[in-house]
Design a binder for this molecule. Structure first.
Ligand SMILES: *Cc1c(COP(=O)(O)O)cnc(C)c1O
Length: 386
């Protein structure tokens, strides 16, 4: 008897070349401040195919935090934050003492709209953060036009959007900063890690310094090794050589990774659009090319209450699932306690949080897995409905 099929929601794609790259760093004398980090930054920039300065950091949350520090966002300022996102998007705003102003999403894509952002602006608004939800790019040109009219910074949270493009331009290159994640189940991994991306060389230089204690080796190092000055406050958000070496190898397989994701997504989406009472979240805009982080579908009408039963059946059949994201951020205890939660303000985000199921489409998913998942989902939906 063959082993039962198990398809985890996320599984990092690690090969012998990944292991060899990390081992090679360990075999050498340099574990940080070495050549791997700079090479990873340059190769990441090449991958985005745009004018980009990249600064490797310890996580996407670190990149987001650095963005607000760098742009001088502080107490008294407001930042527009999508309600439907990872808590990191809002936490970064909280850590600089500013106030997140949450906005609801488009029910078709899970993304914020320029209209919702415009409605949330106040004289205290300093920045707009946008999240390319599960890899579906936001309509960036109208958001950038709005930001320009009001003199606002735009920070793009691209944690699930490596490979996503709008009008052929990679996400993260529209705003003032783009922040990427290399957490194990994201598109590529360095264990933990992230990338701060900007088109502005001066911003990149300051963020580089902020990432490493605010240290300036400038002229002092010439006099004797170990001498430096500290002109500004800083953090330690550096990326070490082992993660950077791993990231470089992961990047080489990105095209293949994205191809596999697209194929699995399309196979699943085709089958699932035929199932009544569910709605697949996908771009509605022909100019938006998704990075296919996962396939999320939303249960509608009288199927809304069936998620727990459906997920239990899928998991029992060996299909791993997840939820993006488990709550609209303003409903999480920390935010609810601090700001109160008005459910009427985020109906679309709450519907996705409460009634959606995310299926795996990562590189570990094969064509047979897609067929299997399609059958299991259709069967499970039929069963839970009776
Ligand atoms: C995962 C995720 C993050 C956090 O990334 P880390 O690298 O773990 O800090 C931030 N934003 C979004 C939208 C995410 O999905």
């Amino acid at each position: 008897m063959s082993a039962p099929r198990v398809i985890p929601f996320g599984r990092p794609w690690i090969t012998d070349e990944d292991r060899a790259a990390v081992q090679a760093v360990l075999n050498g004398p340099v574990l940080t401040h070495g050549p791997q980090c700079g090479a990873f930054e340059a190769e990441f920039a090449a991958c985005l195919r745009g004018e980009a300065h990249c600064v490797a950091v310890s996580s996407c949350m670190a990149a987001l935090h650095l963005a607000y520090v760098q742009f001088g966002v502080r107490p008294g300022d407001e930042v527009i934050v999508p309600a439907l996102t990872h808590t990191a998007t809002a936490h970064a705003v909280e850590w600089v003492g500013a106030t997140p102003v949450f906005v609801d999403c488009d029910p078709a894509t899970g993304n914020v709209t320029p209209e919702a952002i415009a409605a949330a602006l106040t004289p205290r608004t300093k920045a707009i953060s946008v999240v390319h939800f599960i890899g579906i790019p936001c309509a960036m040109p109208p958001i950038m036009a709005l930001a320009e009219r009001h003199g606002l910074r735009v920070i793009e949270d691209c944690a699930l959007a490596l490979g996503a493009r709008y009008d052929g331009i990679h996400v993260g290159l529209f705003g003032d900063a783009g922040c990427f994640s290399f957490y194990p189940v994201k598109h590529i991994t360095t264990g933990e890690g992230g990338m701060f991306v900007t088109r502005d060389g001066d911003v990149a230089r300051t963020v580089r310094r902020l990432r490493a204690f605010g240290v300036d080796r400038g002229h002092a190092e010439g006099a004797a090794p170990g001498l430096y000055d500290v002109p500004t406050l800083g953090l330690n958000y550096r990326m070490g050589e082992m993660p950077a070496a791993l990231g470089r190898v992961q990047l080489r397989r990105l095209d293949e990774n994205l191809r596999r994701r697209r194929a699995s997504f399309q196979g699943l989406a085709e089958a699932l659009t035929a199932v009544p009472g569910i709605r697949v979240l996908a771009p509605v805009d022909a100019r938006a090319a998704s990075s296919h982080y996962c396939l999320s579908f939303v249960l509608e009408g009288d199927r809304r209450s069936l998620r727990a039963a459906l997920v239990a059946r899928l998991n029992a059949a060996g299909v791993g699932t997840s939820v993006y994201y488990p709550h609209p951020v303003p409903r999480l205890t920390y935010y609810r306690t601090k700001y109160g939660y008005d459910a009427a303000r985020y109906p679309a985000a709450a519907a996705i949080s409460d009634c959606s199921v995310a299926l795996p489409v990562g590189p570990h998913v094969g064509a047979e897995d897609v067929e299997f998942m399609t059958t299991v989902v259709a069967d499970a939906l039929r069963e839970v409905l009776v």
